[in-house]
Design a protein around this ligand. Structure first.
Ligand code: G1P
Length: 305
């Protein structure tokens, strides 16, 4: 598969405008809560986890959003739609704060939806975005990865993509025994301290043979050539079509793929323990309930609650 990279793929300096958010996952780690409620709508304080992701994309300058969804996820479209009856009731009560919170969710960006049909892996989910994305560089944001809004990871990745072209992944240094939960990158350094050139990728390697402890986390800025690569990608880890394998194919074709090393706050809201940590971390920083919650928490930790 040695093929000269096309100018639009390797040398693209186009600014990404579209974000793809795969939300078709079953959420088995959160059963029974996710039996009827999509895991992406579980609240982190008082906002669905997915709304943080959408707000992050819009803040980074990606106002066009595509959700790759599946059966039983209709509530996601409802959440980002208008709710005239609810809005009228809040208006009548004069509850302006909640009214604007409800409206805000429907005014975030241009929201589009496509169904994955079959659960054949993350690469397959991203492939469903091909006709929506067309020939543009685009971002992928995974719903389980909540990046603290004070840490501007996606903005940095878009910036790196603009300067270097090709594709950019987000990398996080993890303990070796945890690398089997992630895509893992082999890298070499660049002149920028937080940017690595990716030389190879492997999905969910055994910790004993993993080429590094650099995990790929759920933010990607991808060249549209990923779609051709994914069409040719056979099922890999877990029998699924892996996005990691598609990006690996881009590296194999000589297209630039870089990794931005993230050192900020990230929560895996698909994991029960990390989900609780995310709720606590974000709640203590809230202006409204933060001070009181922090007080209670201090007492609780001291054994007094
Ligand atoms: C997916 C990707 C994996 C990546 C991870 C980040 O795995 O396949 O490469 O490291 O997201 O959260 P999943 O968590 O869906 O198993």
């Amino acid at each position: 598969m040695t093929q000269a990279p096309s100018p639009s793929a390797a040398g693209s300096v186009a600014t990404a405008r579209k974000a793809v958010i795969p939300v078709a996952g079953l959420g088995t780690r959160f059963l029974p809560a996710t039996k009827a409620v999509p895991k992406e709508l579980l609240p982190v304080v008082d906002k669905p986890a997915l709304q943080y992701i959408v707000e992050e994309a819009v803040r980074a300058g990606l106002p066009e959003l595509l959700m790759v969804t599946g059966r039983g996820k209709e509530a996601i479209a409802d959440h980002f739609d208008r709710q005239p009856e609810l809005e009228a009731a809040l208006e009548k009560k004069g509850d302006i704060a909640r009214l604007s919170a409800v409206r805000h969710a429907s005014e975030l960006g241009a929201m589009h939806f496509v169904r994955q049909g079959e659960a054949r892996g993350l690469g397959h989910a991203v492939l469903q975005a091909a006709s929506y994305v067309g020939h543009e560089t685009f971002a992928v944001l995974l719903g389980d990865d909540l990046i603290d809004s004070r840490d501007r990871l996606l903005e940095r990745m878009l910036d790196v993509q603009q300067h270097r072209g090709g594709s950019v992944v987000a990398l996080l240094e993890v303990p070796r025994q945890e690398i089997s939960k992630y895509g893992c990158a082999s890298v070499r350094e660049t002149e920028e301290e937080d940017v690595w050139a990716v030389t190879d990728l492997v999905e969910k390697p055994d910790p004993d043979v993993a080429p590094s402890t650099l995990a790929v986390i759920g933010r990607y800025v991808l060249s549209p050539s990923i779609f051709d690569a994914l069409r040719e990608t056979p099922p890999g880890s877990g029998g699924e079509i892996q996005l990691t394998d598609g990006i690996r194919a881009l590296v194999g074709r000589g297209e630039p793929v870089h990794g931005v090393v993230f050192r900020g706050r990230r929560y895996d809201t698909g994991d029960r323990l990390d989900y609780l940590k995310a709720v606590v971390r974000l709640a203590v920083d809230r202006e409204d309930i933060g001070p009181e919650f922090r007080n209670w928490l201090n007492g609780f930790v001291a054994g007094g609650a």
